[in-house]
Design a protein around this ligand. Structure first.
Ligand code: SF4
Length: 493
């Protein structure tokens, strides 16, 4: 018997993709248009962009400081963006669209004219295993979908919009801009540390808030001056004295540590439900999050990569490349830590109970190594795990919160999985993991309230037994060189 052959008819696809899709392009901003164009920018939270505005002011570049992220941004981001992004992507792209639509409404300009006269400057990736690498394309996608065709975007650490004839570009991410951006971020960290300390301990909160407003204005004025290198420390000295004179209560409040994904941890606005302000208003002290610390982590991470590159280099050329990278990280770490220390010396944060110590990243990596290998990069890497182990071992805090955006790959997907093991090792750690989504405040903050209640009970028990902590032990940075030199060397031993 012969088998009957079956034939299947295969239809040709209607649309045949013949070319590789290269993504959206962005045209450069050329010198001849320098005066015509306004830069729109924000970066995580209002203080960072408020201080950075001093740079544009001095350079006589027209700018719009877009300030804090607000809940509405998520709606705009979701409306025009891709599905299944993490919410920092929706917050940041949505904020750009909200402001573009506002400009359209207020000025009456056409979308085309707005694209010629405005440009968006922000952070974004093209690196790492998480969605951070998708940010540049997503900004352009969102702008195009909202009708702002060919809108231009400038992004730090991305070559988007850069062409070989960069000498004709109106704006460059040059050394001066990078240093001034670093200064703005450090100043914002210090003022945030001051804010959470004063909110928690000041007897009169309105007086503390007025002093903080005044301090913001003093810093911006000092930064706008050409002599900012000298004027900022002088302003910080006066600010420190002003803060120290604010009457405050003389007792240790329950101490809460907040960590987590970069945006969910450090936005200090609707992006993380004003989490630290909420905690201080509930009668607890919160350890401030620090962008400077996160930047130092990036340097540390690149140092580990460079040491590994040198070890496994295939030829002298490759060794040369990695040595250059190593030198760059060492210099950057040195510059950041010396500016940070100089400003701390001027401000004297301890005089008003502000916590500004930086952690030793190598020691943290060593603590976490068994549970989260320090060479698994992406998001916050080993940091959340290392911080939990460090603080649990020392019994240094009354509550520990890990905040991450809904659907974050490194933080929700990886760190929280490992955190289960850390909790099994330290069941007494009062731990809470929250996923921020841009809405749902009531449910998230009520969970935080439960953690705070438990923290207050633990704190009262410790006080009764006399084991109350006065200072959270820190793994302070010894010297930038020591950290850079140590980073990643033992991994291969
Ligand atoms: S770390 Fe998480 S939230 Fe942040 S960009 Fe990556 S995936 Fe998104």
């Amino acid at each position: 018997m012969t088998e009957k052959k079956q034939t299947v008819e295969v239809k040709a696809p209607k649309i045949v993709q013949t070319e590789q899709w290269h993504g959206y392009a962005t045209k450069p901003w050329l010198k001849k248009d320098r005066k015509k164009v306004t830069v729109m920018f924000n970066f995580l939270e209002r203080r960072k962009s408020y201080y950075l505005a001093a740079y544009f002011h001095r350079k006589k570049i027209k700018f719009i400081d877009m300030g804090d992220h607000v809940k509405e941004d998520v709606t705009y981001g979701k409306l025009y963006g891709n599905r299944m992004e993490c919410n920092p992507m929706y917050f940041t792209s949505g904020s750009m669209i909200r402001n573009l639509l506002k400009i359209e409404k207020e000025t009456g300009l056409s979308k085309k004219e707005i694209c010629n006269r405005y440009i968006f400057l922000c952070g974004g990736g093209q690196c790492g295993p998480c969605r951070y690498g998708m940010y540049p394309q997503e900004y352009l996608k969102v702008a195009n979908e909202a009708g702002f065709k060919d809108f231009r975007v400038l992004i730090f650490s991305s070559d988007l919009g850069r062409t070989p004839d960069s000498k004709n570009h109106a704006f460059k991410f040059d050394l001066q801009f990078r240093i001034e951006m670093g200064i703005a971020l450090i100043l914002a960290d210090l003022m945030h540390a001051a804010e959470v300390a004063l909110r928690a301990y000041a007897l009169n909160k309105a007086e503390a808030e007025a002093a903080l407003d005044k301090a913001d204005r003093m810093i911006r004025k000092a930064f706008e001056s050409r002599l900012y290198w000298w004027k900022i420390p002088a302003a910080l000295k006066k600010i420190g004295q002003m803060f120290a004179a604010i009457p405050r209560r003389d007792e240790q409040l329950p101490l809460i540590y907040v960590t987590g994904e970069f945006f969910a941890n450090l936005a200090h606005n609707d992006g993380n439900y004003h989490l630290r302000r909420f905690i201080t208003d509930e009668g607890c002290e919160v350890i401030p999050g620090s962008f400077t610390q996160r930047t130092l982590y990036d340097n540390w991470r690149r140092t580990v990569e460079a040491n590994r590159g040198i070890r496994y280099a295939k030829d002298p050329e490759e060794i040369k490349f990695w040595k250059k990278s190593l030198k760059k990280q060492r210099t950057s770490t040195k510059v950041i830590t010396s500016i940070y220390n100089k400003y701390c010396d001027a401000l004297q944060p301890a005089s008003f109970r502000a916590r500004t110590e930086l952690l030793n990243l190598q020691e943290l990596a060593d603590l976490a190594r068994k549970h989260y290998h320090p060479e698994i990069f992406g998001g916050e890497g080993n940091l959340e795990i290392a911080e939990a182990i460090h603080l649990a071992q020392e019994d240094a805090v009354d509550g520990f919160i890990s905040s991450k955006p809904f659907g974050c790959m490194p933080s929700s997907g990886v760190s929280d999985g490992v955190q289960a093991k850390v909790l099994a090792m330290f069941p007494e750690l009062n731990f809470l993991s929250i996923e921020t989504s841009g809405d749902n405040d009531v449910s998230i903050l009520s969970r935080v309230s439960m953690l705070l209640l438990k923290a207050k009970q633990r704190h009262a028990q410790k006080k009764e037994s006399g084991s109350q902590h006065q200072e959270a032990p820190v793994l302070a940075v010894e010297s930038p060189e020591a950290v850079s030199d140590a980073a990643g060397k033992e991994q291969f031993a």
